[in-house]
Design a binder for this molecule. Structure first.
Ligand SMILES: [Zn+2]
Length: 241
């Protein structure tokens, strides 16, 4: 269920795990994503359970049809936003949702400007610097000062588990340097995202990083761990009250 990482009078944010949902086998769980082999009815019921936790209407979610891009769009109403990997809103009681199973779910909150955002940072999103681009967009279009923005990186696949082929290693090394290559074979995406955020002026003490590896920890879905990559998705959620 939802584990909150932030709750004030103005905002609530958290990350879900696999448990306490209604999905039938093979998931048996709180899968929040449509179109990953689960019944749509169960997914909607799972979202309803989550809405109760947030005390909002089940229809008040905005989520993405994520495509590993660096596209970020503003939203003012609920529903699915097609082909995007970042959402921004200033709308109260609209819960922004990012769904993952190995990628990094990132939540953003500017308490001064009263803006929230979410991003989906998988391998491609991280390569494209979606986290850094989000901050630049908040700065340019919403008059946000990076010094005020708090950022939450949720459970994701950690460097020890994230082995990739050498072509990908080369590509990352060329673009981002040696620092994010672990043991010559693995990528450290959480570290890369943190550095991308720091470069935009986000304060180190305002970046909160989950140490949970969803690939090791059975409380979370993992695309790589799942047989035939058939698995549900857990979520990062943030909402202005
Ligand atoms: Zn792991």
């Amino acid at each position: 269920m939802l584990q909150k990482v932030l709750e004030t009078k103005r905002v609530v944010a958290g990350f879900t795990d696999r448990w306490d949902g209604v999905s039938k086998p093979p998931y048996n769980t709180l899968n929040l994503a449509l179109r990953v082999g689960d019944s749509g009815k169960d997914v909607l019921e799972n979202r309803q359970l989550l809405a109760e936790k947030l005390t909002i209407k089940p229809s008040n979610f905005a989520w993405m049809n994520q495509v590993h891009s660096d596209k970020i769009v503003p939203v003012i109403k609920s529903g699915e936003v097609l082909k995007t990997d970042g959402l921004i809103t200033t709308q109260p009681e609209l819960a922004l949702m990012v769904l993952v199973a190995d990628c990094i779910p990132i939540l953003f909150y500017d308490p001064k400007q009263k803006i929230i955002a979410v991003a989906h940072a998988g391998r491609e999103g991280s390569f494209l610097n979606i986290a850094g681009k989000m901050i630049l967009k908040l700065q340019k279009e919403y008059n946000s000062n990076p010094q005020n923005i708090k950022v939450y990186l949720g459970p994701s696949i950690q460097k020890e588990c994230y082995r990739v082929d050498q072509k990908i290693i080369k590509r990352f090394k060329k673009q981002w340097g040696e620092k994010y290559i672990y043991n010559n074979t693995n990528l450290d995406l959480p570290l890369l995202n943190q550095d991308q955020l720091l470069k935009t002026g986000i304060k180190k003490e305002n970046i909160f990083v989950s140490k949970i590896c969803n690939h090791c920890n059975q409380n979370y879905f993992s695309y790589r761990r799942a047989e035939n990559n058939r698995t549900g998705r857990f979520g990062g959620i943030i909402m202005l009250k």
